[in-house]
Each structure stands twice: as C-alpha cells, then as structure tokens.
Design a protein. Sequence first.
Length: 479
Amino acid sequence: MADLLAVPRHVAPPEHATLLDHVLFALKHEDLQLHVLLEALRLISADALTAALAAQRTGSYLRKAAFLWEKVHGRELSLPWESTGGNYVDLFDPEAYYVGPVWERSQRLRVNFNGLGPLEFCPVVRRDDALTARGQRVLDRLRDWAGHAGNRATLDRVLSWAYLAETRDSFAIENERPSPDKERTFLHAMAALREQRPLTEDYLVELQNTVISNPMMAEAEFRHRQNWLQRGGHGALAVRYVPPPPDALQTLMGGWARMANSVEGDVPPLVRAALVSFGFVFLHPFMDGNGRLSRLLAHHSLNLQQALPLVDGQATLLPLSVAMKRHEADYLTALESFSRPARLLWDVTCVADHQFLFDFKSTPHVYAHWNGEAVARFVTTCAEQALAQSLIEETEFIQAYDQAFDRIDRAFDLPNRTVNLLIHWIRQHGGKLPERRRNAPELVGLQAEQIDDIAAIVAACFHAREQAPPSDDRQAPEA
C-alpha cells in the first residue's frame, strides 16, 4: 500500500513510548510534517525535553525537536550549557528535500533552519530528480526557441499573442472577461514584471488593483475580515474553503514574502513559482482578485529568478493560465490538495443567506507548512504544455501562415484581406474551400481552378501541422 509505512518491531516506538519518543521517530523516519510536529511539541514539557538532551546532548534529532519546541513555545529551554555541541545539523536533509537558504541558525542547539521558506511560511517538497529534469528541459527548450535564428521574424507576434492569451485566460478561469482598459492594464503589469520588484504589501495592493474587474473591490491593504470561497449548495456545505483568520495573516504573509523574494537554495524555478503562486491563493490576503493575482505571481517568480530569456528587452512568457484553462479539472485538483483538508479544520455555521460564523479548530501552522508536491507537479506540467502548445505550435502556425500568404500574394493579385480570409476558410475545412464559400463576394473574379491552386498552396504550407485539427479561434497573423 502506498500510504503504509512498515517499520521493524525493534525500530518502532514501544507500547509505553512517550509523545517525545514519537516525535523523534517521526523526525527520523517519516516525511517532515512541520504543522503536526509543532502541535505535538506544544504538548511536551520543557522538563521532558531538557532531561532527554541531558542524556544525549549531541543527538541530532533531539536538537531538531528542541529547536522546534522553542519556536512553538516562544521561549528557550533552560539548558545547563551555552551550546549542546556537535556538528551543525540541517532541519531538512538536502538529499531528501528541496531546500532554501539558512533562514535561521541556532548556536545553542547547533541547528540550521533551511526550509523552502522561513518557519513563518515553509511548504515542504521532497526532492524529485525526474521533476527537476522536466522543469529544466522546459526552460532549456524555451531558451533555444527564443534564441533560434529561424524564429526571429515571428517571436514578437508569438509573444504578443501569448501575453494576450495569458491575460484573457486568467480572467476566464474566474468566469470573467476583462474590459479593453482592464486588459491593457493587466498586460502592462505583466510586462513590468521583468523589473523584478520585491513583493511587498504595497506592491501586492498595486497588483490587486490591476487584476480586479470591479473597481469597488480595490484594496488598500491586506484584509482584516474573514473571507471564504463558496460554490453551489446550501448553507455551510456551500463553503468550500476558508483561508486563515485575519489576525494570523500578517505573520503568514510576511513569511510568504520572504520565501517569494528569495532566489537562494537549490529549488527548481518552476517548483518555486508553484509554491509562490499557490501559497498566495491559499492565504487569500484580499477579498477579491486573489486567483488572478496568484497566477500573475507565478510569472513574477520566474522573472525574479531570471529563468525567462529576453527578446529585445521583453521577457518571454510561459502562458501558464492558458494551460490551466484547458485543464481546469486538474487545476481544481491541485488547489484541493490543500483546500479540502484545510476546510475540515473549520466549523462553519450558516446564520443567514451568505452569512456565516467561523470557528477555527487548529492553528495557522497548517497554512504555513503544507506539502507542495502536487502543485509543483501541476505547474511543471502546465509549463510543458504552455511551451509546446502555446509557443512552439503558435510559432509553427505563424511561419506556415506567412509562407502561404507570401506564395498566394506573389501568384495572385488579391487584396490582403481576401488572402487572409482564404487561408482561414481553407484551414478551417481541412485544406479545401467549402462550396458555400466559393461564391463569397470577396472571391468575385477568381476562377475555380485558381481557388483550387490556392487551396493546394495552403495545404502544402500547413502539411506538417495537418495531423492536429485546426483551431477555429486562431486569428490571422498581421500580414
């Protein structure tokens, strides 16, 4: 069974084992679940931990437990020495987990806290060499695509399309369509991410004001009210997710921002971008616009890490929202990998239509320390699809389109609009012009054999792409 941990009897804690014995066993043998460990350590007395350290002063797992105990209790253990001695130990084994910089070092206990983020916000992701390789292949192929001489003539048009598609699909995921002014503002904000501004509350407020559709929902700071996500249903059952209480938000967002603004450690760029993006939406620091802003922040992270090549000073783009929109069920699954268990920690009472009472049965640690493996895999998959389907295929499409346009333009004396219409109609119908189109006003003067010749040109230019069904919503590139 995948979720079964089989332990030899001589290794497992005995029947009379203390809670501290179980904590030490978990640190040694199980995946690090910081929120569980911290809650368990809350129940362990200072005397029990001090006595254990006195008996085994340099024990690495005891020192890790003592470090976390001091954090959850907010005070130091009363130890008879200035330092336990022994070599410094990392809380996270770098061979087993992706790690960040040393956020904090305890000289007394000789422990380094080297998580993906500081203790205030530290998701956990086990090292996955296959995932690392997948992400690196995407970024290498993106760099090759952006630097390929044969793509130079079309890159600006492909990137313009990618920025626009990312904007529209990020709104579409929220079942919204941006106004032209909002679209332009969002595009400008995306382009400005190449400036790599550090994420602060003021900057996030500025971005929130950019991504929302309703100006009445513009914020001036992080929320001071409880918010929630609601779907179809009645009463409390309709509440699908409850973000952290507002009084915990400043600490959580402070930790999140430190993680998001860091480029240290050995975290693959797409994994870090996933944790920044999904971590933000899990915290939901605003009353509106969190989803769109979270997707924008994935691009901020990639820009901050300088993972995206520049084309004429403009950062390239992996249209992640386009891939997410195409696979919305998978996007929801990635979100629910955290939101479902988090929802179980709240008692929600419906007191009136759309009015609820919320009672949180846990601590903010659950929002700070979560397993990020599902979201890391999802964003890496989206990046693969964004590159292959939204950039490389779009480049091939535009190049084939340009070739067909040029050949038709040289062979026939036709207005540009007519050439564009012919290519579009022929592409829509598998390389042939349908009979109902042959009598279109725009084609007056063209003989049947000329139309057949034009159809043959289009079919030849797009031959390499004919195995994939044409998309009806593709726009003709500028001629």
